[in-house]
Design a binder for this molecule. Structure first.
Ligand SMILES: [Zn+2]
Length: 58
């Protein structure tokens, strides 16, 4: 499983994501960015930050 905490990239956000794959995490993060952060599009550098902070759970 993969896990990502939005607060690692957006200070103060408490949303966390868990999914079987990195791609699914990124998909969920994209929707969350739009719904909760008003970001219609996630810039590539932010995607890279997210990727760099995705944890792999046993
Ligand atoms: Zn967030």
């Amino acid at each position: 499983m993969k896990q990502f905490a939005c607060g690692d990239v957006v200070p103060g956000c408490r949303k966390t994501f868990t999914a079987p794959s990195e791609e699914e995490i990124l998909g969920s993060v994209g929707r969350h960015a739009l719904d909760d952060h008003g970001l219609a599009e996630v810039p590539p550098e932010l995607v890279e930050q997210v990727r760099g902070r995705i944890l792999t759970l046993a």
